[in-house]
Design a protein around this ligand. Structure first.
Ligand SMILES: Nc1cc(-c2ccc3cc[nH]c3c2)n[nH]1
Length: 242
């Protein structure tokens, strides 16, 4: 997969080169290119924004600059791409979104700032490629860069070879519709708190049952909406007894 990010703050995307994802890039498991939107300005001030039609606070990002930038970035590789535009007004980005995007050959992320990007940029792009306007949560950031860091990490970890232990991608929170339960490691007792007995019993069936019960308990407590959204056959009799 190739990932391109267009932003006026390229430095914000530096964390993509760190740790697990950085190693995946070095290993060639994923390609990441970050582009400075101002490279496609032609005026001395490198203007990327202008006042909004209809008035109102703040500024809107200019369509001409974005159009030239996306044309150039898309032309740099022949692989078909999906354009992703983070926005508080977007459809929710979920684990299922990350799983769907993990199958793409190419993702191009457009990071807005100010009050966002002129809508015609999205509308014009949507005539020639798939475009997703997505939100990573119901809170307002100052720009799209942090949202892109979140989404790139969520997608890249699903790519073959990126995670040392690929099974964990399937046992993620949300992959079975439930939150993950609590996890423990050594020491057996820490500050007077001990690890639940069942986890040291060696009885794999009892351990699996305990973990499922803790996941159900946590999901019911913290995210009853996820429980309500589970398909009818997702809970077996033992789950229901819990
Ligand atoms: N989920 C979420 C996305 C954003 C976001 C995304 C892009 C821009 C551009 C200017 N402000 C922005 C905020 N906030 N919260």
């Amino acid at each position: 997969m190739r990932i391109d990010v267009v932003t006026i703050f390229p430095g914000y995307l530096a964390p993509l080169r760190e740790a697990l994802l950085g190693r995946a890039i070095e290993a060639g498991l994923v390609e990441v290119a970050v582009h400075d939107l101002r490279d496609w300005t032609h005026d001395v001030h490198q203007a990327v924004d202008d006042a909004p039609y209809g008035g109102g606070p703040g500024m809107v990002m200019k369509p001409q600059v974005w159009g030239e930038a996306l044309d150039a970035v898309l032309a740099a590789d022949e692989r078909p791409a999906r354009l992703v535009v983070p926005t508080p007004a977007g459809r929710p980005f979920r684990q299922s979104t990350a799983q769907a995007w993990a199958g793409e050959q190419r993702l191009v992320f457009a990071c807005g700032r100010y009050e966002g990007i002129d809508q015609r940029v999205v509308d014009e792009a949507a005539a020639r490629m798939p475009v997703d306007e997505v939100s990573i949560g119901d809170y307002v950031l100052v720009g799209g860069e942090v949202a892109v860091l979140v989404m790139v990490e969520a997608v890249a970890r699903l790519l073959p070879g990126v995670l040392g232990n690929p099974v964990s991608a399937e046992q993620d929170s949300f992959s079975d519709g439930l939150l993950e339960g609590p996890a423990y490691t050594r020491p057996l007792t820490w500050r007077g708190l001990s690890v639940p007995e069942v986890l040291r019993s060696g009885h794999h069936g009892a351990i699996a049952r305990w973990r499922r019960d803790r996941a159900l308990e946590r999901t019911a407590d913290r995210r009853p909406d996820l429980l309500a959204a589970l398909p009818a056959d997702a809970l077996d009799a033992a789950d229901r007894a819990f």
